[in-house]
Ligand binder design. Structure first.
Ligand code: AMP
Ligand code: ZN
Length: 112
């Protein structure tokens, strides 16, 4: 499948990996919007939050816990944000479900 993040998962495209498990990969965003900007993704391809179903429930839980752990490891005790963009209006550019973990500064509170 011609998917950028699937290519990162299979090693075809390099990334700055920060965490990996059987079902989840986390790597640094190539264009960081905050001092800490990590992408957390399921290894099994699904287009985005709009294509989730019951089969994805386990990995979504693991992604949440991974976010908490990475926030802790990166010293984000003052707070952080976990975001997933969906579709054109949501600003999704890569059609493989991903969560942005952002922190390390006071984040913009204007969400939309
Ligand atoms: P979104 O706009 O929510 O689809 O986010 C896609 C994110 O992927 C953006 O923040 C990009 O900077 C990031 N990105 C694109 N290509 C790469 C890459 N090769 N390695 C790491 N992050 C990437
Ligand atoms: Zn993919």
């Amino acid at each position: 499948m011609d998917c950028l993040f699937c290519k990162i998962i299979n090693g075809e495209i390099p990334s700055s990996k920060v965490y990996e498990s059987e079902n989840v990969l986390a790597f640094k965003d190539i264009n960081p919007m905050a001092p800490v900007h990590i992408l957390i993704i399921p290894k099994k391809h699904t287009d985005g939050a709009n294509t989730l179903d019951e089969s994805n429930v386990g990995v979504i839980s693991e992604i949440m816990l991974t976010a908490r752990k990475l926030a802790e490891e990166n010293g984000l005790e003052d707070g952080w944000r976990l975001v997933t963009n969906v579709g054109e209006h949501g600003g999704q550019t890569v059609k493989h479900l991903h969560f942005h973990l952002l922190g390390g500064k006071k984040l913009n509170t204007e969400l939309a």
